[in-house]
Design a protein around this ligand. Structure first.
Ligand SMILES: *Cc1c(COP(=O)(O)O)cnc(C)c1O
Length: 367
């Protein structure tokens, strides 16, 4: 039987091949290979898409987070509150600027930041909060913003999985001080290599980040501060510009698949969607107490699944010295043991999905 891939990246290219090839060829032919019109056009279009005043293209999502923290003045001695359950990049950005990641447990149903836990974790050293829109589900931004505003700390949104998601009817992209995007190929808006961006309504942050990403320089060979080289590649910007035109359609295809899964799956715990959330469904994550056995039996039927994420950041060797022992974050640790991401993507056929549904229902109930 034909295998069901977790995500068919090549199908995403083939669907738009002629337009992507033409856009890339135009950059090749232009003789201009750093910054330039493709980058500016994509930045302008993505800002409009997100409902943000500014978009600054950068090299990847991790740099988007690092440069946002730097632009906000976060550094050594500062604390930044992060989720206990996230991709490690959220924590790495905090460590990269010399600040300390302070982790809090998520809301048990939404898996996203819990405003009550956030309020309790703020100290005089807290400079910023990074809320992650995990799996493409928007975090509960209004109560989170109420906490950050009351304590006068910045809110950064890690939107690497949330392109096109809406919170109370408004697109993710400008609620917090800075919103950080990854265009890693597997993301909902994916380049054909590494790419990222920051969107923001704050002109001061936009100017600072665009200076930092380019050697700390606004005027060539005049360096105001010690910046980095983290520019959005124009070839990637050209690809992203083509794909952006199809993002809403592709998000709707994901939403249809998510609705079909949630209606049909009977023997696994399916995602809870609050009524104010319209997720982008970067991932469709179910839970089952015999997760590993379920994953293996699905694989034996040719169905690929993934685990996001098998080891929470505080238990990684990279954070061996962070002071968080095993057991301190039971929710994050439990998710690592029982969560399974099922195949989902804009090119996935409903026939393939029906095979996944049939296999999960049949196997999960007997394990
Ligand atoms: C992908 C991802 C990142 C990092 O993005 P890169 O472009 O790979 O650097 C950060 N945070 C989250 C939640 C992600 O999923």
């Amino acid at each position: 039987m034909k295998a069901v891939p977790f995500l068919d990246l090549r199908a995403g290219y083939l669907a738009l091949q002629a337009d992507i090839d033409a856009a890339v060829a135009q950059v090749m032919d232009s003789g201009w290979y750093i910054m330039g019109p493709e980058v500016e056009t994509f930045e302008a279009n993505f800002a409009v898409y997100c409902g943000a005043h500014h978009c600054i293209g950068v090299a990847n999502g991790l740099d988007a987070l690092i440069l946002s923290l730097r632009a906000l003045g976060v550094g050594p001695g500062d604390e930044v509150i992060v989720p206990s359950n996230t991709f490690i990049a959220t924590w790495l950005a905090v460590s990269a600027v010399g600040a300390t990641p302070i982790a809090i447990e998520p809301h048990a149903q939404t898996y996203n930041m819990d405003p009550a836990q956030l309020d309790a974790a703020i100290t005089p050293q807290t400079r910023a909060v990074i809320a992650v829109h995990l799996y493409g589900q928007p975090a509960d931004l209004d109560p989170i913003l109420a906490v950050t505003r009351a304590h006068k700390v910045a809110l950064i949104e890690d939107a690497a999985q949330a392109h096109g998601a809406t919170y109370k009817g408004t697109k993710i992209g400008a609620h917090g001080d800075a919103v950080c995007w990854s265009f890693y190929p597997g993301k909902n808006l994916g380049a054909m290599g590494d790419a990222g961006a920051v969107t923001t309504n704050r002109t001061d942050l936009a100017e600072h980040i665009s200076t930092l990403r380019n050697y700390g320089s606004r005027v060539k060979y005049v360096n105001e501060e010690q910046g980095v080289n983290s520019r959005l590649d124009p070839i990637q910007a050209a690809v992203l510009g083509v794909k952006l035109l199809h993002l809403d359609d592709w998000t709707e295809a994901r939403r249809t698949l998510a609705r079909r899964y949630s209606a049909a799956l009977t023997s696994v715990n399916t995602p809870h969607v609050p009524d104010w959330a319209n997720p982008a469904w970067h991932l469709y994550v179910v839970r089952h107490s015999k997760r590993d056995a379920l994953q293996q039996t699905l694989a034996a039927e040719g169905i690929s699944t993934m685990i996001h994420y098998p080891i929470p950041p505080h238990l990684q060797a990279a954070y061996a010295d962070c002071g968080y022992a095993k057991g301190v974050f039971p929710l994050a640790e439990g998710f690592a043991d029982d969560m399974l991401s099922l195949p989902i993507g804009p090119q996935m056929s409903h026939a393939d999905q029906d095979r996944v549904i049939d296999a999960v229902n049949r196997l999960a109930s007997t394990l």
